[in-house]
Write a protein that binds this ligand. Structure first.
Ligand SMILES: [Zn+2]
Length: 489
């Protein structure tokens, strides 16, 4: 099988994706800050990371995927206090909604999903190491800072020179803490009155960890001090990932992550995403057709269709989301589904599931669409893969319709198609059915209230909400990664 190569931000070149330990590809993705609904720009990143994992697995690699939950920072603290909730209640609610959306988008759940609050001791231990090695110091305000000048390689990932780094930091950093140099960043933030009850004890007094620290502490805990690949949106490259490298490598003297994988921004209808433009669309907005804040202003689309559109552009280029793009995604997805169903009818079976596709790919089968698959192995070139799949399908559709494809060939084509379908993570619509059963808004709202009640361990309210949902003709089922709504028979 061809090699899987992927651009590496550190070396600015395509490099082979492989497991250094010869067994498991260990990779870390920066996860969401859970203080509100994730928008489709966030989800573009997570969908691209999911594609990466699927292609890695289908190319024969075992994986260990860690994605963190940021559940303590300025925003989570501020918003939880505003709502009169404990930080834990508040973040559990938004984490629940994030998990629900991830499931709807068919994202493979990470093997470990650690949260910052659950890893305070690990973060404190890392700071202690950095203080004792002279890479960190306590400022006059009680906060502990990383001393950027004590780390030779700072700026290597973002390819900025020292002057640009300083400018970038002064423009980005709104923290008002006392530090020796503008570029230094907080590892431990001393307790402030506006933190409320959200503080922890440490050798440097009460406070909380700085945001950059958690990814180093949790990445090293679950993937070891040196691991294969680190992923995130391009906006995290500087300063977040630069800081992760500095504090990790200063502490261990080892390469933190061998390979850095960044995906570009999402634009919406040609504009930047922003609150004022009302285009920070959530998954709910997409499924309800809620455009520019108006419910039903556009047709509703399924998570699968959003996923299709998000992967229609290359991850290293800015992607322009449009509602027309979703319509095109629907047409394309339905065409692929119709083709798959025709092959199923001829072969007398159904398309295999993801696990079976993994073993088919491993045994060297499933190469009926090898051109399209090769495009995915070459830096996840999704637009090229889609173009090649389209070209390959055209004559086959004609032959299948003319009765010119026998059962054996249909079975082989179906296996090849399965490898692509599972790499892209598409859930194909069934024959003659709408792409997704639309969950009514009132049912969705009850389900979300129930998630909040469960997070607050209010079981009576949770049961009452379940009854209200079933009175509307829907059933709710809880899973590891959130709930699932199905229509009652
Ligand atoms: Zn991170």
């Amino acid at each position: 099988m061809a090699q899987f190569v992927l651009n590496d931000t550190l070396t600015r070149s395509k490099r082979e994706v492989y497991a250094e330990d010869g067994d498991t590809l260990r990779f870390y993705c920066c996860g969401p800050t859970v203080y509100g609904p994730a928008h489709i720009g966030n989800f573009r990143t997570f969908i691209v990371q999911d594609l990466f994992r699927r292609v890695a697995e289908l190319s024969g690699l075992k994986t260990k995927h860690v994605r963190n939950i940021t559940d303590v920072d300025d925003k989570t603290i501020r918003e939880s206090l505003k709502e009169g909730k404990t930080l834990g209640e508040f973040t559990a609610y938004w984490h629940g909604l994030f998990a629900r959306d991830c499931q709807a988008l068919n994202l493979l759940p990470p093997h470990v999903e650690p949260s910052a609050v659950e890893h305070i001791p690990e973060q404190v231990a890392l700071i202690e190491k950095l203080v004792s090695s002279g890479h960190a110091y306590q400022g006059a305000d009680g906060s502990v800072y990383f001393k950027v000048s004590a780390f030779e390689n700072y700026g290597r990932l973002s390819h900025l020179d020292k002057r640009e780094l300083k400018l970038g930091v002064s423009a980005n950093d709104s923290d008002e803490y006392e530090k020796e140099s503008l570029a230094d960043f907080a590892l431990w933030k001393a307790r402030k009155p506006e933190d409320g009850d959200n503080f922890w004890e440490s050798p440097w007094g009460q406070g909380r960890p700085g945001w950059h620290l958690e990814c180093s502490a949790m990445g090293m805990k679950y993937l070891s001090e040196s691991f294969d690949l680190h992923a995130g949106g391009v906006d995290l490259c500087f300063p977040h990932h630069e800081n992760e490298i500095a504090q990790s490598e200063a502490a261990t003297g080892k390469t933190f992550a061998r390979h850095w994988f960044h995906s570009e921004h999402l634009m919406v209808e040609g504009s930047k995403m922003s609150k004022s433009l009302k285009n920070l669309y959530t998954l709910d907005d997409i499924t309800h057709g809620r455009r520019d804040g108006v419910e039903g202003a556009a047709p509703g689309y399924s998570p699968a269709e959003l996923r299709f559109e998000m992967l229609s552009g290359h991850y290293r280029q800015k992607m322009n989301f449009t509602w027309d793009g979703l319509r095109a995604a629907r047409i394309n997805l339905e065409r692929i589904a119709a083709f798959a169903h025709r092959l199923e009818a001829i072969a007398g079976g159904t398309m295999c599931n993801y696990d079976t596709a993994l073993s088919i790919a491993k045994s060297g089968g499933g190469d009926a669409f090898s051109d399209a698959w090769a495009a995915l192995l070459d830096d996840l070139n999704t637009p090229s893969a889609l173009g090649r799949l389209n070209s390959a399908m055209k004559p086959l559709e004609k032959r299948a319709t003319a009765g010119d494809v026998d059962a054996a060939e249909a079975g082989e084509l179906l296996d090849g198609l399965a490898v692509l379908v599972h790499a892209f993570g598409w859930e194909l619509p069934a024959v003659g059915e709408p792409v997704a059963a639309e969950v009514p808004v009132e049912v969705q709202e009850l389900a979300e209230k129930r998630t909040a009640a469960r997070a607050a361990k209010d079981w009576a309210a949770s049961d009452a909400l379940r009854d209200a949902i079933s009175a509307l003709g829907w059933q709710i089922k809880d899973g590891k990664d959130g709930y699932e709504l199905t229509k009652s028979d």
